[in-house]
Design a protein around this ligand. Structure first.
Ligand SMILES: Cc1cc2nc3c(=O)[nH]c(=O)nc-3n(C[C@H](O)[C@H](O)[C@H](O)COP(=O)(O)OP(=O)(O)OC[C@H]3O[C@@H](n4cnc5c(N)ncnc54)[C@H](O)[C@@H]3O)c2cc1C
Length: 605
């Protein structure tokens, strides 16, 4: 069983997307090019674009560009596409005609407030789905706030409040847990602290955009909710539980604007009320199969059918710049061999910020100061471990948030959602019936088993410690959810190297959002006329480093490219976060107060 694996001329610039799709014999938003159109697409006169990086942002940019008639080539470091969202085969685990066990960098969830990414997913054909791969999304209807040290766990319904739970969901043990947990939280969370938190939410909800961008962007969530002066319960539940566990940013430094606007308002508040959502989506959604099977592989096939070329196993080394334009990109095989320069009319950098910024030389940086400001952007570790289990272990119909775990552990039982798969029939050697996919978001705090941080542990120690923290959260209040004898094996992305040694390294980090991050984030458009930026670190409306942000950034990059080309092609639609009309009058009053130097009406300090 798997454990530690090495892993594994410009004439058509004015091509309108609508005209292009009509020529292709498709409806708007449609899809596969007919042969005649593919032949037209192959004419050498089309404008060419080199997309650097084949993650969600790169594939999204390639998609929009190919639909508008551009000749797109994607250069990608790994042999497979999808970036941090891709699935990975666990080597050596396939037997009896089954596929290898599915692994990934970390589980994926697709909140109902995402609008841009779902639009792209609808445009990726999938056999039997009228709505493309979007039809592979499934609502997850509950979140389990698992408490440690024997405290009862809270099952939090993640349905729009107008939807009643199904009768079978309400079992006696569920009711008992809820009563105990609410009482437990209630007795440990003093009423004045709850009242203060509610007031702070009102302050943020009614703050005008300028106050959010200037004042709240500079204040840490921890300070905004005065967590430092509150009980441990308040700190855990409303501070760390809403920041570090979800997006790897420490509550002590996380931007209030980002946490308040995206997590508290868009995800939770408006999500529960079903406002600004993707159709009838619930708050939390997951895919019905491993990410690459349900989404990335069909996407690659579709992009190939649109004429996109993929050059994988290739590392971008440097973006060349001369005479005010990007002149080419120096690339090499991933192992360092076969260096060469590739050229195109336009270049879209779609690598994560920590990789992209090392490809920008001095001259390029001098041409656009926002590139240099990216050096101030911070990334951190957030990486998953998949446990393959003998017994189906759904735990809860959604995600698990181990609130008291020092490593900020979250998890999801995957097989329950993979309704188009039979886990033991389709994967591995037939012994595994489920995959509990967990994520460690805190790599710098001591654990409960060895007293070491995750970065100090060896791989085996990390797995043992993570399992112990999961059990601490789930095997209590008279239940044994996780059994040692059930565990068959595990997988961790081999991008994490050197664990247990002096210099642990993680090639796949995540942008975090400490205060002030917003002001260092670059726009998709640069001052260099043929160079554009996509990626989850680009300044977008959704703000949070997510697949939605990556997709939105690509839309903005393509629109900037179309502007630069003076193209008459239809621009990519960009959805912005929901703005509740009820709050607008209060925000207008706040705008006036902010200009006068007064605090928000609800802000009592
Ligand atoms: C553990 C974890 C869980 C997450 N869960 C979720 C979730 O549930 N929902 C959600 O919306 N978001 C989630 N995210 C965030 C999300 O994964 C990212 O924001 C998103 O995938 C970023 O896409 P991207 O295209 O900007 O970057 P990436 O996914 O990193 O893709 C960039 C691509 O560029 C390639 N590349 C890098 N350097 C080079 C180079 N020099 N040459 C060539 N190619 C290069 C990489 O190999 C990669 O394929 C999670 C992140 C982590 C770390």
């Amino acid at each position: 069983m798997a454990t530690d694996h090495a892993q594994q001329p410009r004439p058509t610039a004015g091509h309108s997307r609508r005209r292009f799709l009509t020529a292709a014999g498709g409806a708007v938003g449609a899809t596969v090019l007919r042969p005649a159109a593919r032949a037209a697409a192959a004419t050498p006169s089309r404008r060419s674009v080199a997309v650097l990086g084949g993650g969600v942002s790169g594939l999204s940019a390639a998609h929009e560009l190919a639909e508008r008639g551009y000749a797109v080539t994607v250069y990608e470091y790994y042999d497979i596409l999808g970036g941090k969202a891709r699935s990975m085969d666990v080597p050596g685990t396939a037997a009896g005609g089954r596929k290898p066990l599915p692994g990934e960098h970390g589980f994926r969830f697709f909140p109902g407030f995402y609008r841009n990414l779902p639009d792209t997913m609808r445009r990726i054909p999938f056999p039997g789905n009228a709505g493309g791969v979007h039809g592979n999304l499934r609502n997850a209807t509950e979140e389990l706030f698992a408490r440690g040290s024997g405290r009862p766990d809270l099952h939090f319904p993640l349905r729009r409040i107008t939807t009643q739970p199904a009768p079978g969901d309400i079992t006696p043990s569920w009711i008992r847990d809820q009563i105990l947990s609410v009482l437990d939280v209630g007795t440990r969370l003093p009423a004045h602290e709850v009242a203060y938190f509610a007031d702070r939410l009102l302050v943020h909800l009614t703050s005008c955009d300028a106050r959010r961008e200037d004042q709240w962007e500079k204040v840490a969530w921890w300070d905004f909710i005065r967590a430092g002066e509150m009980s441990t319960e308040y700190q855990t539940l409303l501070g760390i539980g809403q920041t570090r566990n979800l997006v790897a940013t420490r509550a002590e430094v996380a931007s209030t604007r980002t946490v308040g606007r995206v997590i508290i308002e868009a995800l939770i508040l408006w999500g529960l009320l079903g406002r600004g959502m993707d159709g009838d989506a619930d708050i939390d959604r997951v895919l019905n199969a491993p990410t690459s099977e349900a989404w990335i592989d069909p996407w690659e096939a579709h992009l190939r059918s649109l004429g996109v070329d993929f050059v994988t196993g290739t590392q971008v080394l440097e973006v060349g710049y001369e005479g005010g334009r990007v002149t080419g990109v120096r690339v090499a095989a991933r192992d360092g061999g076969h260096e060469r320069t590739v050229t195109a009319d336009h270049y879209v950098s779609a690598m994560p910020v920590e990789h992209a910024r090392v490809t920008w030389g001095r001259a390029l940086r001098a041409a656009d100061p926002q590139l240099g400001r990216c050096d101030a952007l911070k990334t951190d570790w957030m990486t998953g471990v998949m446990f393959y289990l003998r017994t189906p272990t759904p735990v809860v119909h959604g995600h698990i948030n181990c609130l008291d775990s020092p490593w900020s552990v979250t998890a999801v039982g995957q097989a329950q959602f993979w309704d188009v798969r039979d886990f033991s029939r389709d994967y591995g050697d037939g012994r595994a019936h489920d995959c509990l996919s967990a994520i460690i978001s805190e790599w710098d705090k001591p654990g409960i088993l060895y007293g070491k941080t995750a970065k100090e542990c060896t791989r085996d120690e990390i797995v043992a410690e993570l399992w112990a923290q999961l059990k601490d959260g789930l095997n209590d209040a008279g239940k044994t959810t996780l059994r040692d004898e059930d565990r068959l094996g595990w997988f961790m992305d081999p991008a994490v190297t050197g664990l247990g040694g002096p210099d642990p390294h993680n090639r796949e980090q995540l942008l975090i959002h400490p205060t002030g991050t917003l002001h260092h984030r670059p726009s998709a458009q640069t001052t260099i006329p043929n160079f554009f930026l996509a990626g989850d670190y680009i300044r977008t409306d959704v703000d949070l480093a997510t697949m939605e942000g990556a997709n939105e950034s690509a839309r903005r990059a393509v629109n900037a490219l179309l502007d630069a080309d003076r193209s008459d092609a239809e621009r990519c639609r960009v959805w912005e976060l929901y703005r509740p009309p009820e709050m607008e009058p209060l925000k207008r009053i706040d705008e006036l107060r902010y200009r006068l130097g007064l605090p928000n009406t609800f802000d009592l300090g």
